[in-house]
Write a protein that binds this ligand. Sequence first.
Ligand code: SER
Length: 608
Amino acid sequence: MTAKELRQKYLDFFKEKEHAIIPSAPLVPENDPTVLFTTAGMHPLVPFLMGEKHPKGKRLANVQKCVRTVDIDAVGDNRHLTFFEMLGNWSLGDYFKREAIEWSFEFLVGEKWLGLDPRRLYVTVFEGDEDAVRDEESIRIWQEQFAKVDIKAEPVGEEKIVSYEKRIIPLGKDDNWWGPAGETGPCGPCTEMFYDVSPELGEVNDTFENLVKNFRLMEIWNDVFMEFNKKADGTFEKMAQQNVDTGMGLERTLVVMSGKDNVFDTEFFQPIIRKIEEICGKKYDDENSKIPMRIIADHLKAATFMIADGALPSNVERGYVLRRLIRRAVRQGKVLGIEDNFASKIAEAVVDMYKDIYPELEKEKDKIIEELDKEEVKFRQTLEKGLKKIKEIIAESRSAEKISGEKAFYLFSTYGFPLELTKEIASEHNMAVDEDLYREQFKKHQELSRTVSAGMFKGGLADAGEKAAQLHTATHLLLAALREILGDHVIQKGSNINNERLRLDFSHDKKMTLEEKAKAEELVNEAISKNIEVKCEEMTLENAQKAGALGVFGEKYGDKVKVYSIYDFSKEICGGPHAARTGELGKFKIKKEEASSAGVRRIKAVLE
Ligand code: SER
C-alpha cells in the first residue's frame, strides 16, 4: 500500500461513517496563542471540542500535518519523528467509546480496509485514579471486538505480563490520558493501539514497557475520550459534551502495512535518504551513517514544512525550534563529511515528494530554499569559530587531561556543539570530557528554558482563549476600519494572534500616514465604546456572500458557514471564537505598521 492509498482509505472509511472531511490546518496555528506548532489534529478543533458549533457538523475526519519536538532526542530510532501526518476522526458531542473503538477495529482488521492481523493487535486503556475511574467500558468493548475474530482478550494480571490472551493493558495518566494541549482545556482517558512488528520472534511474553522499549510493539493509533475540562486549579470537571479525538500515525501505520520495522525504510524517507547518500558519497547501511542520515532526513523535512507555513529561523519561540532543527541537521551533515551547503537540496527532494498533497510546498519553494541557505551559511560560520575555540580549550585543558563540563556546555550553548562532537574531537587529542558536569549544566539550562516556555502561557488555554477571542474581534474591527479609511481594495491577507497582540496583513501598497493610523484607532475604539453585541449567524456560503460578508483568502468553506457581524460596521465569514460584546475589548492601540511583502502591509496592535 502507498501513502496516498492509505490516506484515501482512511478518509473513505470515515466518509462511509458519515464524517465530513476537513482540510489540514497549517503547522503555524492561526489565532491560537497557546502553542507554537500544530501538534495534533485536535488542536485547531479546541473551540469545537469545548462546545462551539462546527459548520461542517458533529463528525469530522482529516489528515493533519503535525510537528512535535518533545521527542527530538529520540529521532534516529525506528519510529520517532518531529514531522508527521496524523489521520484523525472526531466526534463533537456525537458518538463516544463504542463507535470509536468499533470503527478503529473495523478499519484496522477489516478485509476491505487495512486487513491487519488482529492477533498482532494489543491495546492499552486507562487504569483509573483519583480523577477518573478505570475504563471498564473500553475494556468490554475491546473484548467484544476481539471476540468477533475468536480471540479471547483479557487485561494483564498482577504480574503485568502481556501475552496472547492478555492483550489489554491498563495504564496510568502518563500513558493513557491525553491533553490538555495547553495547561487547561479538553482532555480525557484514551485507548491506544499497538501492533506487533516482529511476530517471527514467537509469542509475545514480556512486560508492556519492555515490549515497547525493544520495538516489538509499535503504537499506531490513539482514541481519546474527551469528556473532561482541566481547570486552572488542576482539577478535572466533566464537560457538557462528550467528544472523541483520534489520531493515527500515518508513517507508523505504513510501516506495519509494509511489513517493515522502521519508518525510515518507507516511501516517506527513502527518496530523502538516497539524496543524502548522493551528496555525501556514503551509504545509509554503513554503520556510522544510518543515525545521522535519519536525523537529517527527519529534521529537514520538518523544517521544509515549517517554512512553507510561515515560520522563519530566529532565537525565540517558533523560530528557535526551527533553527534548532536546521542546525542539528547541518551538524549531522558534518558527521557525514558534508562541508558544503546541502539543506536546501534536501528540501527540494521533500517538495517533490509531497507537493501533490501539500501544494503550499511548491508555492513557497523559493522561500524555503532561500531561508535554509541563509541559515546554513550563518551556522557554518559559527561552526568554524567553534572549532577554533575547541582547539584553544584543548590547549588550556591539557594538564587536566579533560575538558570541564562547564567548557563543554559553553561549546554547546554558544557554538551549538553537541557533547558527542566535543567528545569526538577531544578523543582525537587523547582527552576526555567531564560528562557528568556537562549533564548537570545541561539540565539546569533545560529546566530554565522549560520554565520560560511554561510561563509563556501561564493562564493556559482558558485565559489565553479569552484574550485571543478579544484580539480576534479587534482584528475584525480593524479590517473594517481600514476598508473605510483606505478603500475596498483592502482585504485580509493573513492574521495571527498571540498572548499579547494581533497581527493583520492586508492588501495596500502604501505606507499608512500618521493620520490614517490615528483614524483607524479612533474608529475601532469608537466601536468598542459602543459595547456592540458580536452577532453570529449560520447560513449557506451563497447567502453569506449575498449579505456582503467578507471571506478569508483561499479558505475552504463547508456548505454552511458562520457569519460574525458587529452592527453594520463589520461582517465576516469566520470560524470564531469572538468576544460577546465589543465593550470587553479595552483600549485598542496600533503598535506598528510596516511592509510585509509586495503590496501587503502589516499592522501589529494591542488591547490595553
Ligand atoms: N490527540 C491525540 C493524540 O495526539 C489523538 O489524536 O494522540
